[in-house]
Design a protein around this ligand. Sequence first.
Ligand code: ZN
Length: 649
Amino acid sequence: MGRDLRPVAVKNVIIEDNSFWGERVRKVRDVGLPYQWQALNDAIPGAAPSHAMENLRIAAGRASGKFHGMVFQDSDLAKWLEAVAYQLAVNPNYELMKAADEVIDLIAEAQDSNGYFNTYFTIAEPNKRWTNLRDWHELYCAGHLIEAAVAYYEATGKRKLLDVAIKLADHIDSVLGPEPGKKRGYPGHEEIELALVKLYRTTGLQRFLRLAKYFIDERGRQPHYFEIEAEARGESRFPAWIGEKSYRYWQAHMPVREQTTAEGHAVRAMYLYSGMVDVALETGDSELLQACERLWDNVTNRRMYVTGAVGSSAHGEAFTFDYDLPSDAAYAETCASIGLAMWANRMLQYRLDSRYSDVMELALYNTVLSGMSLDGTKYFYVNPLEVWPEACDKRRDLSHVKYERQPWFGCACCPPNIMRVLSSLGAYAYSYGQEKICIHLFVAGRAGFVVGGQNVVITQTTDYPDGESICIEVSPEQEAEFTLAVRIPGWCGNPELKLNGVAQDLGGLVRSGYAHITRRWTRGDRIQLTFPMPVQRVRANPAVRDLVGKVAVRRGPIIYCLEEVDNGSNLAAISLPSDAELSSYFDKDLLGGTTVIAGNAVRDDESAWPEKLYCTRKPERKVVQVKFIPYWKWANRKPGEMRVWIRES
Ligand code: ZN
């Protein structure tokens, strides 16, 4: 065991501009990142101010004033920087590079001589550094800075930010750890763990891997560090806002190796599990991987929405319990689905199995994409599966649910997170080993690998997921023997695969959801995949109380929804007869070109109901035409109701 596979570097994947993903990635590069640069500089009228750049200028001594914003405001800028790095890795862009270099110069200026960097503590509370690891996000911000630094170095070869990150990591190593004289702490918001593993992989410096492993293993141990530091601050064990007196919120209720259910704040959990896989892959720690597998099983079989969203409760932005997946009150943070995709991608490096990549695809094509408007400048933090705008406006328990994407947020973790995941999509699409190339996602474009000592280029031509077919051209520099492992999506009932025009028996090729083709490949060899995409009705385990008797509509990897603009108000009154036929067609004029699903359904007629609330008679029903659009494209026209799960009659 250990690290058999690794993701391809972002710079080695060119995504075809004029394609499903290319269009999204281009929107990030040309619109989203410049827009967010304005947001980070508080230059978007009407949007919640970020203060992130202003804080940095003050910390660097270039401006004066007070710190504004969240204690973790630095992380927004770091994620933006990381996204810029991924874009620069494949596409030189002078404006973005100039802005990034300006940020990096300021960060280097603001860094303390001992390596410390965090604008909040530098400006506002220099005496409180490292005194509240539970709540104050210093390690979280450091982690994002390290990720940005590694990405920027890998993309541009420029070391300045990497040197800042190394100095910062060394400072952290000098303050925290099991050795005498250090604080035996770990972060309240995980992120540093996976970042330190990245720093280790880039620098080869073992101490960063050791520190990551320490943070993983220390979490949840007794005596509880969060209590030790709370006592030192003269505070009670738990903060006032935590309703449940437990360390579950921080995944610190027990050592991570003993955990079997996903608990607490969903984004933190996803980042922790990602870090656990990273450490396990580098150290060959099978016990830690087994814990990750148990947690994976719990999340994906009991606690995940059909859209690949996780974290069903607004209180604590958290996991709750098995099968608790309310559609209207869902929290389902964009960042949590990004974290789920990150975790899935890491599980794939440990074991090539489509149960990981199916979930990765689900999260990316649905909840992650739903987080950004089609024009790239508006964002969802919360991704509900059912919306009644009036209820969101008037019910306090639904006040977290927005039915229109926002230009920015006071707590803006999601918008730049979407930028970095879409800008690094190539690294989710492929991984490779000594003599193996794996294709996880179907992304038009080309990718380069060195396999068996040979340069190999893989070119995918496809209009997936609107289209059902993918052509993969395999071009080694010279003839070479290796294995190509291609994911066969779990949602597909009757896939077909042709090799150089000859149909192959998939039964003999598929292991753990991947077709393994081992041969001597020659330039121009072609694989033709066909994944038929009939409209499917998805049903939930009856244990999910909220979803009994309901169906969701899916085509390929895309989950669909009804919107008021197409189907009128009160979508709850619509039901789908179990034998009603639904068909799909491509509408080039709708929402930038969309595969739509349409058919007949039944509507309980509100207008025929007497003027009272309750009555013994049955509602009158009428047949209506319904139109479903991809969930990720909802809320791009006018505000209104939306619904994923429909009653089946
Ligand atoms: Zn977020």
